[in-house]
Design a protein around this ligand. Structure first.
Ligand code: G3I
Length: 322
């Protein structure tokens, strides 16, 4: 039957996946599936700060360059992930702040230089950038990160302005997990986006990661949440969808998982603001889930041997209907 990407093209959306660059180099089935089914790619790790600047002033662009070149060769767009995050920071940066050798003024310049260098390098080649990632706590307060502590809340607006200056055409996104439905955290994003846009800060998109777990149920008011960001004139996107479960797998759990994939996809297809739906890996062979959630897994649309799960068929049917 038709590939996911062929169906997505007809439906007028991008279907994306996170890409593990080691797997892309070493695993032919992985590479073929990436090409066949997806027309958007996101670097799972290689555009993060610890990867692109492992030593201060020493850049390692090669894996990220490889992905951008791969995408171009295969007619795929790229989502850039991610410029400002509290996690996967280079050790030289965190230790320099901890031991006081990097002060606030210098840190702000380091952040500006990082954003400028990375966004400029891929200027014109990134459709959407996750400019800031995971900046709120579950209760809607700003996350107590190195950025908030050292620079104060204005680092968010600064990051968007610097990214926009480096590539005015890239769509600039906020991005987080547990923000699928209407809740304290997604409302904090809504209020932030509204305020920033009123101030003329170039924020154009809201990225909903979509890391679900069947044992926690499906989030409420997803359509309403997308609609309120759309009403601000913003784009929305599902950026890291996966649906994990407590192992072992059984048919009931797989059916629930399939329905959760389908419901997120349908929410995107039903919202004018949403033109991009990305899964955080398409095979369990390389999923991040088992390494982080003990006893959980089977989160992606294909098993370890690229067998299609009901979730894969649900995505096909959803795209075909959309
Ligand atoms: O590259 C090193 C390797 O040199 C070393 O030998 C190995 C030993 O542990 O670690 C490797 O780094 C790992 C890296 O993935 C690359 O494989 C890190 O330990 C590991 O922590 C890291 O995990 C990534 C995680 O972000 C880090 O927080 C996952 O692959 C990645 O899927 C995950 O992605 C995040 C999104 O960026 C943001 N939203 C949540 C999502 C899931 O956590």
């Amino acid at each position: 039957g038709p590939s996911l990407r062929a169906l997505a093209a007809r439906a007028g959306v991008r279907i994306g996946t996170a890409v593990d660059m080691t797997a892309l180099a070493d695993d032919r089935a992985y590479r073929r599936t990436t090409i066949r089914d997806y027309n958007s790619v996101t670097a799972e790790n290689v555009m993060k700060w610890e990867s692109v600047e492992p030593e201060r002033g020493v850049h390692n662009w090669k894996p990220a360059d490889d992905l951008v070149r791969f995408a171009r060769a295969h007619g795929q767009v790229v989502r850039g992930h991610t410029l400002v995050w509290h996690s996967q920071l280079p050790a030289w940066l965190t230790s320099g702040v901890d031991d006081g050798s990097i002060g606030r003024t210098e840190l702000r310049k380091i952040l500006r230089d990082h954003i400028t260098a990375e966004v400029k390098r891929y200027k014109g080649k990134i459709q959407q950038w996750d400019v800031v990632n995971e900046v709120f706590e579950e209760d809607g307060s700003l996350r107590n990160s190195i950025w908030l502590r050292e620079l104060g809340p204005s680092y968010i607006a600064d990051a968007f302005r610097w990214a926009h200056a480096a590539d005015p055409k890239a769509k600039l996104f906020l991005n987080d997990y547990n923000v699928e439905g209407v809740n304290a955290k997604s409302t904090a994003y809504y209020e932030l986006a509204k305020r920033l846009r009123a101030e003329g800060v170039p924020v154009q998109g809201f990225g909903i990661q979509g890391h679900l777990a069947i044992q926690y149920g499906f989030p409420g008011q997803v359509a309403e949440n997308l609609a309120r960001f759309g009403a601000l004139g913003m784009q929305t996107a599902f950026t890291e969808v996966d649906v994990r479960m407590i192992l072992p797998v059984d048919e009931t759990k797989q059916a629930t998982q399939a329905s959760y994939y389908r419901r997120l996809l349908d929410a995107c297809l039903g919202a004018r603001s949403c033109k991009s739906f990305t899964v955080w890996g398409f095979t369990d062979k390389y999923s991040w889930v088992p390494g982080v959630f003990e006893g959980e897994g089977s989160a992606t649309p294909m098993d370890e041997t690229y067998g299609r799960k009901p979730a894969y068929e649900a995505l096909r049917e959803g795209l075909a209907a959309g």
